[in-house]
Write a new protein. Structure first.
Length: 242
């Protein structure tokens, strides 16, 4: 093992769970979401080998969005060039953001971090670590404001890696009954359109970003090669040189 290199896993565990692990499409659109289930088909004790079946969606847990997610003529996940998923990355620290706050272009500008053309931009808020798998995760989401998406596109990054909502917060709490409702902006996706429309890949719902110690790291983010797919779960790794 090279003692001068650190490998940091930025990937959520994929587990069986039936709520609050996916974008809340049922609340927003009435679209049914299958729960994520991991079930054994065979076991060593009964069959001599352990084999499991998994059911989920392409946008559950840590995953990568291709341009086809929002563009009918966009690249599908199997056609995204590997050099967009592997390479130099810059960490933009937004750990001071509080629940329900947005990350704006002004915030990114004031971070005083050099974002180079062709970088993978990492914006970390710690939100996934704090609230993943809970109602609060969606209800009090930290989110990317529309002008921040344009700010990143203007700098020609090749991918955005984040641990919070890549767009406007999708849900809100009713002041009268405290039930959870679609937000006024929940069905609008300006940053998805801006970023994916410019061929910028989205690496979403990453975790453990607080373990990154350096401003510049290398990222490896590899999705499943799903033919004509819009997105895929992914294993995302950061590499820090000491």
């Amino acid at each position: 093992m090279n003692e001068n290199v650190r490998y940091i896993d930025l990937t959520l565990d994929v587990v069986s769970q039936d709520s609050w692990i996916q974008f809340p499409r049922k609340i927003l659109f009435g679209a049914l979401e299958p729960p994520t289930k991991i079930e054994p088909l065979m076991t060593v004790e009964k069959n001599g080998a352990y084999v499991s079946a998994i059911s989920t969606t392409t946008h559950s847990f840590t995953h990568i969005d291709s341009p086809a997610h929002f563009k009918t003529d966009g690249l599908t996940i199997d056609r995204v060039p590997l050099d967009q998923l592997i390479g130099d990355a810059v960490v933009i620290d937004m750990l001071h953001k509080q629940p329900g706050e947005g990350v704006s272009a002004e915030d990114l500008e004031n971070a005083n971090v050099e974002v180079k053309e062709g970088d993978i931009a990492i914006i970390r808020t710690g939100w996934t670590d704090k609230a993943w798998g809970t109602r609060e995760f969606w209800e009090k989401m930290i989110y990317l404001e529309a002008d921040a998406g344009q700010w990143l596109a203007d700098r020609k990054v090749k991918a955005l890696l984040s641990d919070f909502m890549t767009d406007l917060a999708p849900l809100k709490t009713c002041d009268c009954c405290q039930s959870i409702l679609p937000s006024d902006e929940g069905s609008k996706y300006p940053s998805h359109h801006t970023l994916l429309g410019n061929g910028i890949i989205l690496i979403e719902w990453c975790t453990n970003l607080g373990e990154l110690k350096k401003e510049r790291v290398k990222i490896i983010a590899l999705p499943l090669k799903i033919k004509d797919g819009d997105a895929s779960q992914a294993r995302v790794i950061a590499i820090e040189e000491q």
